[in-house]
Design a binder for this molecule. Structure first.
Ligand SMILES: C[S@@+](CC[C@H](N)C(=O)[O-])C[C@H]1O[C@@H](n2cnc3c(N)ncnc32)[C@H](O)[C@@H]1O
Length: 279
C-alpha cells in the first residue's frame, strides 16, 4: 500500500471539503479530522476513513452487476491496468495518448482547474488531468471499486502528485456538493452504470453552470452497421452499448447541450457536451 503522509491527506481533504457531501449529511460540508485520517459527518458524527490514499465514502456495500464485479478484484484490476491499452487496440480504440488528446480537445483541463474523473479505475486518465491542472488545481478520481482505487493510489504516489483525491463512491449518488464542478470526465464508465439516466442526473447536479462533460463508452451510433452484434453482446455478456442519439436526448433533458460525438473505431464512442450557463 502506498505511503501517503497524514499531513498530505489533511491538506488534500481540507482543500476538497467544500466540494464534498457525505451520504449521512448531504447538505453540510464535512469536518476534516485533524490527523488527516478521514472526514467526520457533522450531523451523525460518523467517521469516513481515508486510508492508503483513498477516502471511502460508500455508505454501505452495494450489490454489483456482473460487469462491475469482473473488474472488482485485485487480479482483474491489475490485469485491466496492465493490459487495457493492448485490449483497446483489438477493438480499434485509438492509442491512449490519442484518446487523451481527443478528450482534452473538449475538456481543456488547465492549470488551477477542479475536475472530476468519474469511474477513474486505475487512474490512467486521472494522472493525465492531474498533470495538466497542476499544483493549484485538484482532481477528484471517483470509482466504486476498492482494488481499482488501490491501483490509482499506487500511480498517484509513483508520479508524486499531491493534487489528486481518490474517493470510493457510487456514480448514482455522488458524494459531492451541488453546482460546483466545471469539468467532468468519465472515460469507460457509462456502459458500466446500471442506471445511466440516474448517473447523468447526478452529473448535472454537481456541475457548475457552463460545465464541460467529456466521456467515452461502448456505444451504438445511428444506423450502426454493427447493431446486430452489439445486441448479441448485450444479450450474451450484458455488455451495454450506449445509443449515442439517446445519450444526446438524455443530456439535453438535464441541461447539457453542444453535444458532439465520434465513434472512431466503430465500438467505442467519445462524447462531449456543455451545461447551459444561464441557470
Ligand atoms: C472500464 S473501467 C474505466 C477505467 C478508466 N476510466 C479507463 O477509461 O480506463 C470502468 C470503471 O467504472 C467503475 N464503475 C462501475 N460502476 C461504477 C459506479 N456505479 N460508480 C463509480 N464507478 C463505477 C468500475 O469500477 C471501473 O473501474
Amino acid at each position: 500500500m502506498p505511503k501517503f503522509s497524514r499531513e498530505q491527506a489533511h491538506r488534500l481533504l481540507t482543500r476538497a471539503a467544500p466540494l464534498l457531501r457525505l451520504p449521512t449529511s448531504p447538505n453540510r460540508q464535512p469536518e476534516v479530522l485533524r490527523d488527516g485520517s478521514g472526514l467526520r459527518c457533522p450531523a451523525a458524527g460518523r467517521v469516513y476513513p481515508c486510508r492508503g490514499g483513498v477516502l471511502d465514502l460508500l455508505n454501505s456495500e452495494l450489490a454489483l452487476t456482473v460487469t462491475q464485479k469482473s473488474l472488482d478484484t485485485p487480479f482483474t484490476a491489475w490485469a485491466y491496468d496492465r493490459f487495457r491499452d493492448a485490449l483497446a487496440r483489438l477493438l480499434n480504440v485509438p492509442d491512449f495518448p490519442v484518446e487523451v488528446a481527443l478528450t482534452q480537445q473538449s475538456l481543456q483541463a488547465q492549470a488551477g482547474d477542479t475536475l472530476l474523473d468519474l469511474a477513474c479505475g486505475p487512474g490512467n486518465f486521472t494522472i493525465e488531468w492531474a498533470k495538466r491542472v497542476g499544483p493549484d488545481g485538484l482532481v477528484i478520481g471517483l470509482d466504486i471499486s476498492a482494488p481499482m482505487l488501490a491501483r490509482a493510489a499506487h500511480h498517484v504516489h509513483r508520479w508524486g502528485l499531491d493534487n489528486v483525491l481518490l474517493i470510493r463512491g457510487d456514480a448514482h449518488h455522488l458524494p459531492l456538493a451541488d453546482d460546483r464542478l466545471e469539468k467532468i470526465n468519465c472515460s469507460g464508465g457509462f456502459h458500466q452504470f446500471p442506471d445511466l439516466s440516474q448517473a447523468l442526473r447526478e452529473i448535472a447536479r454537481v456541475s457548475a453552470p457552463g460545465a464541460v462533460l467529456t466521456a467515452s463508452t461502448f456505444a451504438q451510433g445511428p444506423a450502426d452497421r454493427r447493431a446486430a452484434i452489439k445486441r448479441w453482446l448485450k444479450r450474451r455478456f450484458d455488455l451495454h452499448f450506449v445509443p449515442l442519439v439517446w445519450l444526446a436526448e438524455q443530456l439535453a433533458d438535464i441541461g447539457y447541450h453542444q453535444y458532439r460525438w465520434s465513434l472512431p473505431g466503430g465500438w467505442f464512442g467519445y462524447v462531449s457536451a456543455r451545461r447551459t450557463s444561464e441557470d
